[in-house]
Design a protein around this ligand. Structure first.
Ligand SMILES: *Cc1c(COP(=O)(O)O)cnc(C)c1O
Length: 230
């Protein structure tokens, strides 16, 4: 087995163990392999090892790789990077999911630019949970209004929330961040929305995220290895 296949197997084992500990089924948690900065050949290797969902952050790089891998028809592509509003057209064209929507204007553009013949684009709202100035994302308090507005747009489907909490060694704090997002998600569903996706957890904190209810984890380094600085 090559290194990438071994890494993938290891991450799936971590996922299963964390699910078991949380009394959840492993099937309720989807693994997104984050392939930013990695070549199409790495994605193909992961594909051959059974992985079907991939996350990308940088649009031009992603579009190049998506074109190179177009023969792998059942791959699902997730856009997880920050979005410039003049780039929404390509995102609407090439991706199945967008996790990083944090403004109504972006959602409106994605809605207008997603063609009617394709399945609706799946959307998550990105929440800035640890209140970092540098991070994109909306504050928790802003989520209900934006969610309501996004729900009304055609050709896109609001699926849930995404967050990238501040890295910290304080696991209680980390757990708290994830829990706050889960509570917000539950509240939206109590108010009648039908959200099924909590996109949270990465290489270093996937176990805690799963314990707190993540339904999608986005894992890069633990699968593809360290990235060169971009
Ligand atoms: C890079 C990235 C990841 C993966 O992070 P790792 O620590 O390499 O697992 C997940 N989510 C987002 C939004 C990212 O930008």
């Amino acid at each position: 087995m090559n290194l990438l296949a071994k890494n993938l197997k290891n991450v799936k084992q971590r996922l299963m163990q964390a699910a078991t500990q949380a009394n959840r089924s492993a099937e309720s948690i989807r693994l997104i392999a984050v392939s930013k900065t990695k070549p199409a050949a790495d994605i193909e290797q992961a594909y051959l090892a059974g992985q079907r969902e991939f996350g990308e952050n940088y649009l031009q790089e992603a579009v190049d790789k998506i074109a190179q891998l177009s023969q792998l028809a059942d791959i699902k592509w997730h856009f997880i990077g920050s979005i410039q509003s003049n780039k929404t057209k390509q995102i609407a064209e090439y991706f199945d999911w967008v996790h990083s929507v944090d403004r109504l204007k972006l959602a409106q553009r994605l809605s207008q630019q997603r063609v009617d013949t394709k399945a609706p684009l799946n959307i998550c709202l990105q929440v800035n949970i640890s209140h970092e100035d540098s991070k994109s994302g909306i504050l928790l308090a802003e989520v209900p209004l934006l969610a309501k507005q996004v729900c009304q747009l055609k050709n896109i489907t609001l699926r849930g929330l995404m967050a990238i909490p501040l890295k910290t060694k304080d696991t209680a704090q980390q757990r708290q961040y994830f829990k706050q997002i889960k509570d917000c998600f539950d509240e939206l569903n109590r108010q009648g929305m039908q959200l099924d996706t909590l996109s949270m957890g990465m290489s270093n904190d996937m176990e805690i995220a799963i314990a707190e209810g993540a339904t999608m984890i986005r894992v890069g380094t633990a699968i593809f290895g360290e990235r060169a600085q971009k």
